[in-house]
Design a protein around this ligand. Structure first.
Ligand code: C5P
Length: 223
């Protein structure tokens, strides 16, 4: 039926930032609010999918009718996503930290006369790229590209490199107010080309993505 085009399908969505611990009281984080990812989880649920939301630390309530896994770090997020496979649809919205602190201190780092400590960083796993090339790869894999420069070139590059079927590119220049804000202007990049979406509230953008996914999977019913 038109109202629940994704009925019978399962989806996994990542959302929010990750927190990478420095010591017991400090961490590295970013400005992601989780609003866009949580809205996408809710939109896929509304379209009838059985949704698992893997969320980093956010202040948003858990969406109803969605199975939520709370994680802190990128490594935990990857494990929770892998545990949710197999799935038909995966949408990676989380702003995963690219780096973690190589050796987390188990004691609070103290100020000393020697001056500030230096933090050695280690690369985090790329969850989208891992799942995009996974033995249990979902049939449809969607990612985001939040960029301030060379939006489309970077999005096309991510599509290839990360094994995604679509990349939703959005401009996160500070003047746009996307990070933490309520609106998003998206360009949907696939192997077929680029679709420009108008500026939309994040929940409207989520609804439009759910509709696009249903159409792509041949699940939409025409009037
Ligand atoms: O490379 P970049 O971080 O711009 O890629 C963004 C896309 O990749 C988003 O879909 C994001 O959720 C995903 N990503 C990820 N794991 C990472 C980094 C990015 O899943 N470590």
């Amino acid at each position: 039926p038109k109202e629940r085009p994704l009925a019978g399908l399962s989806a996994v969505v990542t959302s929010g930032p990750t927190h990478e611990p420095i010591d017991p009281v400090r961490y590295i984080a970013n400005r992601s609010s989780g609003r866009q990812g949580h809205a996408i989880a809710a939109a896929l649920r509304d379209a009838g999918a059985d949704v698992t939301l893997v969320s980093g630390p956010v202040t948003l309530p858990d969406p109803q009718g969605v199975s939520v896994r709370h994680v802190e770090t990128a490594a935990e997020m990857l494990s929770a996503v892998e545990a949710s496979l197999p799935a038909d649809i995966a949408v990676f919205v989380a702003a995963v930290a690219d780096w973690r602190v190589a050796a987390e201190s188990l004691r609070k780092i103290k100020k000393t006369a020697e001056g500030p400590p230096s933090l050695a960083l280690a690369e985090n796993p790329d969850i989208l790229a891992t799942i995009g090339h996974h033995a249990k790869r979902p049939g449809l894999v969607v990612g985001f590209a939040a960029e301030t420069d060379d939006l489309l070139a970077n999005a096309r590059n991510k599509l290839e490199r990360k094994g995604a079927d679509a990349i939703l590119a959005n401009d996160v220049s500070p003047e746009g107010g996307v990070m933490g804000g309520s609106d998003n202007t998206i360009r949907l990049v696939t192997a077929d080309g680029v679709e420009e979406w108008p500026k939309l509230a994040k929940d409207a953008a989520a609804g439009r993505l759910a509709g696009w996914i249903a159409a792509r999977l041949g699940r939409s019913v025409r009037k």
